[in-house]
Design a protein around this ligand. Structure first.
Ligand SMILES: [Mn+2]
Length: 332
């Protein structure tokens, strides 16, 4: 057994007829790929499966995955009817905000299974597999499916490899271990196309995102003393680009962790007037989640985020910089 809880989760799955899965708010390739892989496996087991997502629009970069068009978008979790489901399974979702896209307490009177690799965890749930050493939920699920003796086919392999490639920068981030590569190799043998997936995720941008990046890069600054870079974009600029899916996290992943001599970086975006979202990305083994947590957010050491509400742009930037310098390693 890779995970102690695998059998218990399988027992719950076997009892259920209708199962609800989620793609988290602003779902990324790991969120989408892992959810669609689980959907395919549950359907093989004879279950009726629905997938819901609070975002109104998803990035089309993973639209080649089986089941992508079956995801029901724009779901309001606070009016959604959970009654017809016997079981809810939430993947790659560390927090209620990420689950629902809203910062409100949510009570679901259903048996809930959570499978995740995030460090901070605030959902009240009944059964979870939490493996923070895993590169991605796709990697965890691969091992869960082994525990369940599921024979993987090409479609499932493609979903899982999409998850792993999405969360490891095509096997390049520190989270990608020798085991991740072994799993990737097995998924390729099953017919998942690594090059196609990687091209779709990393070389399939909307031209307009480059214009947004020009705005971000024209504002980028470096703190050489504390070893970090940052850029902050006010709402009057961001509003022209807010329809681009996952634009905030993607921009941070590309530009925040790449500057020599830094430990981390952040991109701060005023997503609505007086609402400021900050995405931190680590470049070294520096733990950015401590900064995000102090500001009220969370995440992994290498990737974390916070949304700050009812705060004006300048105050938000100052507050974030102060906390960054509190935790940063002084360089000079
Ligand atoms: Mn993930």
């Amino acid at each position: 057994m890779n995970y102690q809880k695998s059998q218990q989760i399988l027992d719950e799955v076997k009892k259920a007829k209708r199962i609800l899965l989620n793609c988290h708010y602003g779902a990324d390739p790991d969120g989408i790929g892992s959810t669609l892989a689980l959907k395919l496996v549950l359907e093989k087991l004879g279950k009726k499966v629905d997938v819901i997502c609070p975002s109104k629009k998803l990035s089309q970069q993973t639209n080649f995955l089986t089941g992508f068009n079956d995801i029901t978008l724009g779901i309001d979790f606070y009016s959604f009817d959970f009654d017809k489901y016997d079981l809810c399974m939430f993947l790659d979702t560390s927090d209620v905000d990420v689950l629902t896209g809203q910062d409100r307490e949510l009570i679901i009177n259903k048996f809930i299974v959570v499978i995740d690799h995030h460090q901070t965890f605030h959902l009240k749930n009944d059964l979870k597999i939490l493996d923070t050493n895993s590169s991605s939920v796709g990697e965890i699920l691969y091992k869960v499916f082994k525990d369940w003796n599921i024979e993987l086919d090409q479609q499932i392999a493609e979903c899982l490899l999409t998850s792993i490639i999405g969360d490891t920068g095509t096997f390049s981030y520190t989270g990608a271990t020798s085991e991740t590569l072994r799993i990737g190799s097995d998924l390729m043998s099953l017919g998942a196309d690594k090059s196609m997936i990687s091209d779709r995720i990393y070389r399939g941008e909307d031209f307009r995102i480059l214009k947004f990046w020009a705005e971000v890069l024209s504002r980028i600054q470096i703190d050489k003393e504390y070893g970090f870079v940052w850029s902050t974009v006010p709402n009057n600029i961001y509003k022209d680009y807010e329809d681009l899916p996952a634009v905030k996290s993607k921009t941070a992943s590309i530009f925040a962790p790449i500057v020599d001599g830094t430990d981390f970086g952040f991109i701060g975006i005023e997503e609505k007037p007086n609402t400021f979202t900050v995405s931190f990305r680590g470049r070294t083994d520096f733990d950015t989640s401590r900064i995000a947590e102090e500001l009220g957010g969370g995440g992994h050491p290498i990737s974390s985020a916070v949304r700050m509400e009812d705060i004006n742009f300048d105050d938000a930037v100052e507050k974030v910089l102060t906390v960054c310098r509190k935790y940063a390693n002084k360089k000079v």
